[in-house]
Ligand binder design. Structure first.
Ligand code: GDP
Length: 590
């Protein structure tokens, strides 16, 4: 932000206190000015640009919209693929085709667009079309090759990042012109920005009578994707997947962005890349699609991919045509791996089978020890990891029950982040905490803050597996207090819960002594009489607290293991239903 003469740059919304500071006036004075303009606001409330512009005008300032710098590869951190070619001789680097992934809200036309782009590929047409799907394909545009990942959606994209792979170099964000920016659009933007991958917007379905491109551009601008025709950095290309319109323009835009980002590799360098997909074929063994990111992969190479290894044979391109070798950004289907690697695993070529086996053994051992370690990033460890140089800032994902609480939370957090350790809110949205939030947190080493929301059952499990710290709050003050303490290294160890068992309610009984009792089967771990329980109905928690009673075959027992049936009573709680899930946990100080 800079003040140039009487001009003052203002964001799309600003908290009164910050606005006052910016123009060096008293906030009280400002509030009075607002009131005289018919706007009632407190010091902690935000006003939009237009309102702020009117007020600052009264002090002789001319407000101009702050140009929000897009988080593209030039800014800040180095994108993953650059790290993958670290150590390569700069003079040997050559441009490689950009790798594109398509993200966007459901039904906005991701699949249709991928199909249309695939069909417009003349080369594929000549070869009789693409008969097999290997998870990626390439098209030519004016002599330039572009690689497309074939699995749309940010789940795949983020899964790759969570494994340390660069999902793509450029994201095409599909937004339907009749529907506009929707929750998954915002989620996709957050994912792309967290990955520091540039975004090209495909404004799809412009053929529809109710298409409203201008409204969508406005919505995009609100998401800090300011269209280039409005002076911003985001290319917004009108297309219709249905009528095959605008596809060439979209490809042109990709080439332009690729040129700006200079995506390079050394074709003669160390061979590394990412597993796009892999499966076990009954007759052929493991068939995997590998995307080469550096070097040139050849038939006969010995490869380690995740914890799979083997000598590659039968390389074929996305058309199913056998090839002897494949260079950077080329997807190839290969056979010869011992095991089925996971999508997103990194692969590399090694010198001998012996070396490959050794690496795999090391990785397996490491995975085992990592499974025992705790959270990847936790609020308690923040300060020490910053001091150790492992973290530079605190990445947060914020979920709240209503928009009304989201805005003040985010502005409070932004304020806290003005100190030595920065805070970056990657994504802020209303709604419960779901799997996608956890994957984004895992991929971006972020902590999830929930405000008056619940955690979906599957998301809780995923968070445990991925080592993601989820913090739930009901009072903003408590949250800011925790974060303030974490930023200064003063946060006390948190009371942590450890899930020890799960059970399903199969029947509900009435026992005179205890009221209603849940007849359960333990499906995982064990239930312990002196532990705590949570009763889930779908994703909702209907009871949380102490266990009232635990019986096995009419006997009071201290624990019941997996596979056994038991009766569980909840303290002063009777609203039990068949199908409810019981989660048993202990709490401990970490
Ligand atoms: P995805 O969920 O994002 O992959 O969306 P799909 O590609 O499956 O498309 C969702 C629906 O929108 C389908 O019924 C498509 O036929 C339709 N659709 C996709 N693109 C267009 C378009 O450009 N114009 C119109 N009118 N419909 C489209």
């Amino acid at each position: 932000m800079s003040n140039n003469g009487n001009k003052i740059e203002l964001p799309s919304s600003i908290v009164i206190r910050d606005l006052a500071q910016k123009i060096e006036k008293s906030p009280i004075d400002l509030i009075k000015k607002l009131m005289s303009n018919g706007v009632m606001a407190t010091i902690n409330q935000a006003v939009d640009f237009d309102t702020a512009a009117i007020v600052v005008a009264e002090y002789g300032f001319e407000a101009v919209p702050e140009i929000v710098e897009e988080v593209v590869v030039e800014t800040g951190e180095v994108p993953l693929w650059r790290r993958m070619i670290a150590g390569e001789d700069e003079t040997r680097l050559a441009n490689r085709p950009p790798v594109i992934t398509i993200l966007g809200h459901v039904d906005h036309g991701k699949t249709s667009l991928l199909d249309v782009i695939r069909q417009t590929d003349v080369a594929a047409g000549e070869a009789g079309g693409i008969t097999q799907h290997i998870g990626a394909y390439q098209v030519e545009h004016k002599g330039r090759t572009i690689t497309f990942l074939d699995t749309p959606g940010h789940a795949a994209f983020t899964q790759m990042r969570a494994r340390g792979a660069q999902g793509a170099d450029i994201v095409i964000l599909v937004v339907a012109a009749d529907d506009g920016v929707m929750p998954q659009t915002r989620e996709a933007i957050a994912h792309a920005k967290a990955a520091r991958v540039p975004i090209v917007v495909a404004l799809n379905k412009i053929d529809k009578a109710n298409a409203n491109p201008e409204r969508v551009k406005q919505q995009l601008a609100e998401q800090e994707l300011v269209p280039d025709e409005w002076g911003g950095n985001t290319m917004v290309i009108p297309v219709s997947a249905k009528q095959k319109q605008g596809i060439e323009d979209l490809l042109e835009a990709i080439v332009l962005v690729a040129d700006n980002t200079s995506i390079k590799a050394n074709p003669g360098g160390k061979v590394i890349g990412t597993v796009i997909e892999a499966e076990l074929d009954k007759t052929r063994g493991t068939v995997a699609t590998l995307l080469i990111q550096n070097g040139t992969l050849e038939s006969g190479d010995i490869v380690v991919a995740g914890t799979a290894h083997g000598r590659l044979r039968a390389l074929s391109d996305f058309r199913g045509k056998p090839v002897k070798k494949a260079g950077p950004s080329t997807p190839v289907a290969v056979m010869g791996l011992s095991d089925v690697p996971s999508a997103g695993d990194l692969f590399e070529v090694v010198d001998s089978e012996k070396e490959a086996r050794l690496m795999v053994a090391e990785r397996l051992a490491l995975a085992k020890s990592q499974a025992q370690t705790r959270k990847k990033v936790s609020l308690e460890d923040l300060f020490s990891s910053v001091q150790a140089g492992e973290a530079k800032e605190l990445n947060l994902i914020v979920k709240a029950d209503v928009q009304g609480s989201l805005d003040p939370i985010v502005s409070e957090l932004n304020k806290l982040g003005e100190g030595e350790i920065g805070i970056k809110v990657l994504y802020a949205e209303t709604g419960n905490i779901g799997d996608n939030d956890v994957m984004l947190a895992s991929a971006s080493s972020a902590i999830i803050i929930g405000f008056n929301v619940q955690v979906d059952v599957t998301a809780r499990r995923l968070a445990e597996k991925e080592g993601v710290d989820i913090r739930l709050y009901e009072i903003i003050y408590r949250m800011t207090e925790d974060i303030e303490k974490a930023l200064s290294g003063m946060l006390e160890p948190e009371i942590k819960e450890q899930i020890i068992g799960r059970a399903t309610v199969l029947a509900v009984f009435t026992a005179s002594k205890f009221g209603k009792v849940a007849g359960c089967r333990v499906t995982e771990g064990e239930l312990r009489r002196n532990a705590k329980v949570r009763l889930y109905r779908g994703n909702d928690i209907v009871y949380e607290g102490d266990m009232g009673s635990l019986r096995h075959e009419k006997e009071d027992v201290r624990e019941v293991r997996q596979g056994y049936e038991c009766g569980v009573g909840f303290k002063s709680f009777n609203d039990i239903q068949v199908g409810d899930q019981v989660v048993c946990y202990t709490v401990e100080k970490s």
